[in-house]
Design a protein around this ligand. Structure first.
Ligand code: KG4
Ligand code: ZN
Length: 334
């Protein structure tokens, strides 16, 4: 089965072709980061218009690279939510129209289910992780721990009560004057920071439970930054202190979630899953427990079309698809 995947929920236009026999045949991404940078965040209307401009050329390019003709497709999967409504409608409209013209099924994919399944599409020396497992979803919009009992059967174990982990990275970066989106830059800066020079709290780890809260951490950083000499080394030290606090908090909760779910496989997905220190810390924890942690490659941690094509292919294989109406769900529980 060959499925075209389309992702337009936020500020990246992602397209891919996943083949259930041959694996990922092609994928392409156009990032709008430069477009939004001068505004310090994503401007929804600009995002929608840019998806309109980029999506069709990207579909043509991806199909050419896959070596397939559009008529070879067995279905079209698209992100139907959660996300920015205008941006979602661009992907949904194009996907539905294409599916209708080809007389193929269209499949609405939940963006976070796409992230959650991304590690399963990677070749892994230990084999692809299979449910049951615990998934840590850490993106700019979500921080969730989910018990994956089977594909399509998800139980929320815990989530953030305020900022998502990626959002905390971005806001913290912004308050130290780094340009949007600051998360990856803050992480790069932390590489030069000294461990322990600044120590911030590990929020909500001193009581039982699997929920998170990251907004207080941002305030702690703000106060430390204001009182400091604001030199380059201090900035790196604070970035390191912040990153260590987030990574440690996520690791503590992941370990608790594995205990609660009674399994030893952890799957990590979402943009913050690209963070090197988080990857190393969770790998170390898994090794100590004799378990396993699986990540997508860094490019598939952040938004991409491949995860949507893959999630859509699994849904189509299970016989699931939608009627012909163009609907999106900007707010959507998994
Ligand atoms: O999954 P994603 O691409 O988009 C959402 O669905 O939100 O995640 C983007 C988030 C941003 O907040 C970004 O700052 C963060 O992931 N991010 C990182 C790193 N790379 C991306 N945060 C920390 N370290 C990184 N290396
Ligand atoms: Zn995402």
């Amino acid at each position: 089965m060959k499925v075209l995947g389309i992702e337009t929920s936020c500020d990246e236009t992602g397209v891919a072709v996943y083949d259930t026999d041959a694996g990922l045949r092609a994928h392409a991404l156009y990032s709008q980061i430069a477009l939004h940078a001068e505004y310090g965040g994503v401007v929804p209307e600009l995002a929608s218009r840019d998806h309109v401009r980029k999506l069709l050329p990207l579909i043509r390019q991806t199909l050419a690279e896959s070596g397939l003709d559009v008529a070879d497709l067995d279905g079209v999967a698209y992100t139907a939510g959660p996300g920015l409504v205008g941006a979602l409608l661009v992907g949904a409209g194009v996907a539905r129209s294409l599916a209708w013209a080809l007389d193929r099924p269209a499949v609405a994919v939940h963006h976070m289910e796409g992230h959650l399944l991304a590690p399963l599409m990677e070749d892994d020396p230990q084999g692809r992780p299979q449910p049951p497992f615990v998934a840590l979803l850490v993106s700019g919009g979500h921080t969730q721990l989910v018990s994956v009992e089977a594909i399509g059967r998800y139980r929320l174990l815990g989530e953030t009560l305020d900022d998502a982990a990626g959002e905390a990275f971005d806001k913290t970066a912004k308050l130290m004057g780094l340009p949007y989106p600051g998360g990856p830059q803050l992480a790069a800066l932390a590489e030069r920071g000294r461990a322990g020079a600044y120590k911030f709290a590990r929020p909500m780890t001193d009581r039982p439970g699997l929920d998170f809260s990251f907004s207080g951490l941002k305030t702690q950083v703000l106060l430390a930054w204001r009182d400091s000499d604001q030199s380059e080394q201090t900035m790196a030290d604070i970035a390191r202190g912040f990153e260590d606090a987030v990574v440690e908090t996520l690791a503590i909760k992941c370990e608790r979630a594995l205990d609660a779910a009674g399994c030893e496989t952890l799957v990590v997905a979402g943009g913050v899953g690209a963070n090197k220190r988080l990857r190393a810390r969770l790998a170390q924890m898994a090794q100590r427990r004799g378990g396993r942690v699986a990540f997508p490659r860094p490019a598939f941690c952040t938004d991409n079309g491949a995860m949507i094509a893959y999630a859509g292919a699994l849904r189509l294989l299970a016989g699931q698809h939608e009627d012909a109406s163009v609907k999106v769900t900007p707010r959507w529980d998994m």
